[in-house]
Design a protein around this ligand. Structure first.
Ligand SMILES: [Zn+2]
Length: 252
């Protein structure tokens, strides 16, 4: 697949936020970045990615000196308050204040969880492989079982990713993803493309995984990375840029 050039940062970047989580701005910093900056990717020089991360920290108030940016490998693995950067994991659970966590995406689903009753949270990278391994459900369950977060109060934000409008997949992928939510009717998250191939709504699949655990407060940001050509990076569009989901707990 052809890779487009990585643009140089010239102006403030797109930042999506959740109205649900914005009711807790005194407790958490959160958001989902977009173009024109890139926070990683294979063709992005490390020094440029670092400079762009510093820029994001400056504009959002994240702790630039305590930043964790995992090396993601499409697994169901997660770590706790992980420092430093570049260790393999696909989600970071935060229980400490002042640690800034980012996960990179460019079509995969970025998810932020926050439990206001326990002041713990998580950022998750859930592509189809992570979704098929129920990474979101596993992280949410860990917040509940090990950190006493109640499902009723847990807030979940499903960030910009490739949408059900555009995400055509193989029958095998559709099958693997479906197995994580056997209780749900397939019509809730699948449709057929014009080519008669399955299309999957990964945001909806992750939502259904959370709902199966009793989570009800779920904010789904509708933006699709493939439709939003001006605002978001898309791997399927052949772009090499990466956006991030970011989260930091503030001291109470
Ligand atoms: Zn779309």
């Amino acid at each position: 697949m052809p890779k487009t050039a990585v643009p140089v940062f010239t102006k403030p970047f797109v930042l999506y936020q959740s109205a649900l989580l914005n009711t807790y701005t005194e407790r958490v910093i959160h958001g989902f970045t977009g173009k024109p900056i890139t926070l990683g990717g294979q063709v992005c020089p490390p020094e440029q990615a670092r400079a762009n991360r510093e820029l994001v920290c400056k504009h959002t108030g994240l702790s630039v000196n305590r930043l964790t940016l995992p090396r993601q490998t499409h697994t169901d693995q997660f770590r706790l308050n992980d420092l430093p950067c570049d260790r393999e994991t696909d989600a970071v659970i935060l229980t400490e204040t002042g640690v800034a966590a980012m996960v990179q995406v460019a079509d995969c689903v970025p998810i932020i969880l926050y439990a206001p009753d326990r002041h713990v949270g998580a950022v998750i990278h859930a592509g189809w492989r992570g979704t098929a391994q129920s990474i979101t459900a596993k992280v949410a369950q860990t917040l509940m079982n090990q950190h006493q977060a109640s499902p009723e109060r847990l807030l979940a934000v499903i960030g910009p990713s490739i949408g059900g409008c555009c995400y055509e997949v193989s029958a095998e992928v559709a099958e693997q993803v479906s197995q994580t939510i056997p209780q749900a009717a397939a019509s809730l998250y699948t449709s057929l493309s014009v080519n008669n191939k399955p299309k999957i709504d990964l945001k909806q699949v992750n939502t259904l995984q959370l709902q199966a655990l009793g989570v009800t407060q779920i904010d789904i940001l509708p933006a699709c990375t493939l439709c939003e050509t001006e605002r978001l990076w898309s791997h399927r569009r052949g772009e090499a840029g990466r956006q991030v989901a970011l989260l930091e707990l503030k001291p109470l």
